[in-house]
Write a protein that binds this ligand. Structure first.
Ligand SMILES: NC(=O)c1ccc[n+]([C@@H]2O[C@H](COP(=O)([O-])OP(=O)(O)OC[C@H]3O[C@@H](n4cnc5c(N)ncnc54)[C@H](O)[C@@H]3O)[C@@H](O)[C@H]2O)c1
Length: 342
């Protein structure tokens, strides 16, 4: 199977390329990426000249290019996106451009290149489309039937893209599935996200900026578990179906922070409390029962503290990767986001 992957130079995309090619099947991947601030070809430098992999620099909003590439491939895995909530609060427009307009352009290209609706299209989305759960109701989890109720501009743009995919299934019969996944962690994550930000700050001797009271809860999933779930949906998902993906691994931000500090040998003096994110969702928690029952997928690489320890070790072992990312353009954003607070 030849897969067109969008956004393959980002965090999850680059791990997906490595995971899928390493899975041993008869797979090849065309990676289409615009190389925005979070797209880094160095994430795939270790692939060398593997002839099962090809990179194309381009934008998912380029209808002709997308139709041409889809025409060459058997399936599409769509994960190109603007992905950082804090950036969407500063300026939502790039999120509408890529996540909404870009997804619609891909769907239009798919219909042009595949009028018979044979090619599987996996739309990679987030649990944030469901909104926020209360902290005092641990019994509540997001299911695929939870009403869409996004609370941030990022989540709203992803929810809009999910609706567009559903509309294309209903109206035109496209062969699409949607995945809504919880927070990922692992190697090659852009160090604006909490785990690589905290780990690399501590290596540099800097404090870690903790939002608000730190009680916000996220369900953490190792990126390789996410990649495996996407492959399962690609190969065996039912047309038009949505699959939640999660790690059964709920942690408050303060608990996460304490675990990172303990593993790295620091104490609470390295925590710098900062003003909370506006509209900060309290809790996300996933019921991943459907993908387990129907496709036989369960997370196997996400258990803490081992998976967290291994991820921290990767950032310790690869300073040349994140130091280059953290310099340059990243600095200006970092100052704007945390400069006056940290
Ligand atoms: N990171 C998470 O915890 C998480 C959880 C659930 C779902 N997701 C979803 O998974 C996907 C990937 O997330 P990530 O964390 O790897 O993001 P990322 O920001 O690391 O990577 C995004 C990639 O998309 C590319 N891109 C952006 N705009 C583009 C455009 N217009 N055309 C082509 N390429 C473009 C970027 O260059 C980058 O390589 C996103 O759709 C995100 O919503 C992420």
């Amino acid at each position: 199977m030849k897969i067109l992957l969008t956004g393959g130079c980002g965090f999850i995309g680059s791990n997906f390329v490595r995971f899928a090619l390493g899975a041993g099947g008869d797979l090849s991947i065309v990676n289409l990426d615009a190389l925005t601030y979070s797209g880094n070809p160095e994430n795939l430098a270790d692939l060398g000249d593997d002839n099962r992999y090809r990179f194309v620099k381009g934008d998912i909003r380029d209808l002709d290019l997308m139709a041409e590439l889809i025409g060459e491939c058997d399936a599409v895995v769509h994960m190109a996106a603007e992905s950082h909530v804090d950036r969407s609060i500063i300026d939502a427009r790039p999120f509408i451009q890529t996540n909404v307009l870009g997804t619609q352009t891909l769907l239009d290209a798919l219909r042009r290149a595949d009028p018979g609706n044979d090619k599987r299209f996996v739309h990679v989305s987030t649990d944030e489309v469901y909104g926020s759960l209360p902290l005092d109701r641990p019994d509540l989890l997001f299911t695929e039937d939870t009403p869409t109720d996004p609370k941030s501009p990022y989540a709203a743009s992803k929810a809009a893209s999910d609706f567009l995919v559903r509309a294309a299934v209903h109206t035109f019969g496209v062969n699409a599935c949607i995945t809504n996944c919880s927070n990922n962690f692992g190697p090659y994550q852009f160090p604006e996200k909490v785990i690589p930000l905290f780990v690399t700050n501590l290596i540099e001797g800097k404090k870690v900026p903790l939002y608000g009271d730190g009680l916000n809860v996220r369900d953490w999933l190792h990126v390789d578990d996410h990649c495996e779930a996407i492959l399962a949906v690609l190969e065996r998902g039912e047309r038009g179906r949505t699959y939640n993906i999660g790690g059964n691994n709920e942690r408050s931000n303060i608990d996460l922070t304490h675990q990172i500090l303990a593993i790295m040998g620091f104490g609470d003096e390295m925590i710098q409390p900062v003003k909370d994110r506006p509209g900060h969702d309290r809790r996300y928690a996933i019921d991943a029962g459907r993908i387990e029952r129907e496709l036989g997928w369960t997370p196997s690489r996400s258990a803490w503290p081992l998976a967290l320890r291994e991820t921290i070790a990767w950032y310790k072992d690869n300073p040349q990767w994140w130091r280059r990312v953290k310099s340059g353009a990243y600095r200006a954003y970092y100052e704007q986001q945390y400069g006056s607070k940290a």
